[in-house]
Design a protein around this ligand. Structure first.
Ligand SMILES: Cc1cc2nc3c(=O)[nH]c(=O)nc-3n(C[C@H](O)[C@H](O)[C@H](O)COP(=O)(O)O)c2cc1C
Length: 169
């Protein structure tokens, strides 16, 4: 799959086979995440790999839009380490780039994934901090459940010419 195919055929996948994702694929996905661009290359991300099915199930108690965690065998929580930021106000963008790399690399590896928003919703951030023992200065940013897809990933065309401005607004 080339890069443009990967971008255009990636869809949010919320139904998965009852099957573990092997560690070598998880490592490739994390490697792709850490290759993302970041402000001044500050790389403020930390990742929590969640495979414990009991813990995954508990996520659904405080994240109403992450009910797919009842069935999934793997989720990655992207967090921001705010203790050593060199470029204030940029970590959200850095973590977004890492999150998108997770979605695209999972798709390229034949897996399905979905970005579940966490930051800046207090109840969801606190839910993860408590559930996973996350220290105070580490901010839970996004949860990405990942599994072998039971849904088809179809190409969509969202190009809208009225969204594009040439030389001025
Ligand atoms: C910041 C953000 C938060 C999102 N949160 C959720 C979520 O909590 N649960 C969910 O099922 N999908 C979530 N999504 C996925 C969107 O619903 C999805 O990307 C959008 O509908 C477009 O569909 P596609 O990803 O298949 O192209 C989120 C996406 C983003 C970028």
């Amino acid at each position: 799959m080339d890069a443009l195919d990967c971008i255009h055929t990636r869809r949010s996948i919320r139904k998965y086979e009852d099957k573990d994702v092997p560690d070598d694929l998880i490592k490739q996905i994390l490697n792709a995440a850490m290759t993302a661009p970041s402000a001044g290359n500050q790389q403020p991300w930390q990742f929590i790999v969640i495979k414990d099915r009991v813990v995954l199930g508990k996520i659904t108690e405080f994240h109403e839009y992450a009910q797919m965690c009842k069935d999934v065998h793997l989720a990655i929580l992207v967090c921001a380490d705010t203790t050593s930021l060199r470029h204030e106000g940029m970590w959200e963008q850095d973590c977004s780039a890492a999150t998108q790399n997770i979605l695209l690399s999972a798709h390229a590896l034949g897996l399905g994934a979905v970005w579940c928003g966490v930051y800046p919703r207090d109840a969801k951030m606190n839910g993860f901090s408590k559930l996973l023992g996350i220290p105070e200065k580490i901010i839970p940013f996004a949860l990405i459940p990942i599994g072998y897809p039971l849904q088809k990933s179809s190409k969509v065309d969202r190009y809208k010419k009225e969204k594009v401005h040439k030389d001025k607004w």
